[in-house]
Design a binder for this molecule. Structure first.
Ligand SMILES: NC(=O)C1=CN([C@@H]2O[C@H](COP(=O)(O)OP(=O)(O)OC[C@H]3O[C@@H](n4cnc5c(N)ncnc54)[C@H](OP(=O)(O)O)[C@@H]3O)[C@@H](O)[C@H]2O)C=CC1
Ligand SMILES: O=C(O)C1=N[C@H](C(=O)O)C[C@H](O)C1
Length: 273
């Protein structure tokens, strides 16, 4: 049962102590059109039972961190979830039971894991994107256009850089850009994807879409789509310098989803791109 609606949608943040969890809590708490109704962490986490504002080292917010996701979701209109594949699959089921919008930012999900999200989307609005920023989603559309305009004389490479804590590669954004390039070119990404080159790899195969990942320091997220031809190169680039761009996009998606029918959506739907 969805909780009764107030003037603004109530939002629960999962993975509250994470890099994105904390950014989302701050951004929801300051948002004029949403309010924070829950913060979820896993059982045994030392934040459970504490006020989330105090746990973050700031002032009291009036929301206690809980490990009871189902109870938290029952009081909300939307859940914003930037956690891990296993957690996101579990939260999708709970979001469907509660009938709340599930905004999924988690990356690194295998095809089999993504398939496990579908049953829940028959009962709830599910919005999933590897990158929630306006800039990246615009870059996705530009990539599709440029790839459609050029032939295989131009080699396509997606190059991404992230902080040293990141656990998945290629990044969710890199995969979105690769999918867009493949779509523009009229091919299936899994047929032409080339990542993790090492050793005697042989010459580059014409038509492949390559991926390279850099990990270091505190890089928030950088993505280049390189179209390398003979005598010229085109580079489409997005640089993220502040995680707030992802949080703002996620809240926009949570608000957008309030009057939508159950189903699976992405950020291009939210932004109308
Ligand atoms: N789509 C987008 O725009 C963006 C997506 N991301 C993605 O969001 C995800 C999180 O990134 P980030 O915040 O940097 O990562 P962090 O590791 O900082 O945070 C992840 C949080 O999720 C919690 N979590 C993980 N597994 C579980 C579980 N099984 N049950 C409950 N809680 C769990 C972690 O808790 P614990 O510490 O106890 O493990 C932690 O609090 C990544 O997949 C990242 O790629 C990031 C930025 C933008
Ligand atoms: O893990 C991160 O930090 C980020 N993950 C997303 C991705 O995998 O593309 C989005 C952003 O680049 C930051």
């Amino acid at each position: 049962m969805t909780a009764s609606r107030t003037d603004t949608p109530g939002i629960v943040i999962t993975g509250a102590s994470g890099r994105m969890g904390q950014m989302l809590i701050k951004t929801v708490a300051d948002h004029p059109r949403a309010h924070l109704v829950g913060a979820v962490e896993r059982a045994g986490h030392d934040w459970v039972g504490q006020d989330v504002g105090l746990a973050m080292g700031g002032s009291e917010i009036g929301v206690t961190v809980t490990d009871d996701a189902a109870a938290a979701f029952a009081k909300a209109q939307a859940v914003i979830d930037f956690t891990s594949p296993a957690a996101t699959i579990a939260f999708a089921g709970l979001a469907a039971e509660a009938g709340v919008v599930h905004v999924i930012g988690t990356t690194g999900m295998s095809d089999a894991e993504i398939a496990q999200l579908e049953p829940a989307s028959r009962q709830s609005v599910q919005m999933r994107a590897g990158n929630m920023s306006l800039g990246v989603n615009l870059l996705v559309q530009l990539t599709k256009k440029v790839a459609a305009a050029l032939d295989e004389d131009f080699d396509i490479e997606v190059i991404e850089a992230h902080h040293h804590h990141k656990v998945d590669a290629p990044s969710g954004t890199a995969l979105m850009l690769g999918e867009a390039a493949a779509e523009g070119r009229g091919v299936v990404l899994s047929d032409v994807s080339d990542s993790g080159r090492d050793g005697i790899t042989g010459a580059r195969k014409r038509g492949d879409i390559g991926f390279s990942a850099i990990r270091g320091g505190d890089i928030v997220g950088e993505h280049d789509v390189l179209f390398a031809g003979q005598g010229e190169r085109i580079v489409l680039r997005h640089l993220a310098t502040d995680r707030a761009i992802f949080a703002r996009g996620a809240i926009k998606a949570a608000l957008w989803g309030q009057d939508k029918q159950p189903g699976q959506y992405d950020m291009l739907d939210v932004l109308g791109l």
